[in-house]
Design a protein around this ligand. Sequence first.
Ligand SMILES: *Cc1c(COP(=O)(O)O)cnc(C)c1O
Length: 367
Amino acid sequence: MIPFLDLKAAYDELSPDLETALLRATRSGWYIGGEEVEAFEAQFAAYTGAPYCVGVGNGLDALTLALRAMDVGVGDEVIVPSHTYIATWLAVSAVGATVVPVEPAEGQFNIDVATIQAKITAKTKVILPVHLYGIPADMDAICALAKQHGLLVLEDAAQAHGAAVRGKRVGTHGDAVAWSFYPGKNLGALGDGGAVTTRHEHLAQRIRALGNYGSAVKYYNLELGVNSRLDPLQAAVLSVKLAALDEWNTRRQALAQRYLEGLQGLPLQLPVSPAWANTIWHLFVIATPQRDALQTWLQAHGVQTLIHYPVPPHLQQAYQSLGWQAGDFPCAERYANQVLSLPMGPQLSVTAVDQVIELVQQFFRAQ
Ligand SMILES: *Cc1c(COP(=O)(O)O)cnc(C)c1O
């Protein structure tokens, strides 16, 4: 059996350090905020190059609180990818703003920067690109466009820890960058966690207050906040895992390279990492009209795969009231029907990847 992602193996590899950190945190007597959270925030800020990092409860809250701190609300439009995890959209909806979806470029998974401009209106306030699957979006082009139109940029970097654009790590290109530390992400906690990195002090302060009941000084509440803070135990875990992130991303890159070479020439769409990108392969996603048969074939041979994502956000029941129809975003809809995520992770062996490649080749030979 080749698992899609082996979180137990990831834990085992770092278990002495993780257990030391967890014991330190549990024995500290300090269970909300405090040194563990401050230390991780400082380390992650340094890693991303951002002057500020604010820990929050999860990735969805990171996005939502960043939008609130940007004063995005009812009547504002936010440009989002049509092809993304629904959390990107949920954050926009949570603040009462309107999602304006933009399709990916042909043959790619990320938002098509060239078509963003046509979607900008007088109501547009924010461009919200996603570095989907660990492939960074072209932040230089997006930020140039935002500057030209006086828009803010919020990045959804939930799948992009360590990714870089033209040598500069994701974390400071946009006005704010939202991170998730959900266990399966490249930098994953042992539970929920999230953060926002930013170069703007006022955004950092506002996000921290919003996630702390709207209060910067205890028992003095300036606005209607929520409770969304990074847990100190998770911060302790994340400090250990951050130290391993680059090495683990390098392993993913070696496996991705093997997939790319081994699957070349087959009738399927392979992921494209632009020449200027440092892609960190959160997922290795292919697309083929024979997706369901291929998944069944791999499953029958002990290879676990997943689909990211089977229903595009605009066709989710949750968005029924917006009245979108099948055909409105054909590229996102095609991906929902065709994408397949192959096993990928820092503990996956080269032998396992070779087996998956061989099985995919066999599948297409038999067609
Ligand atoms: C995981 C993810 C989120 C949400 O993060 P959580 O920590 O699970 O709330 C948002 N956007 C994208 C693209 C994600 O992959």
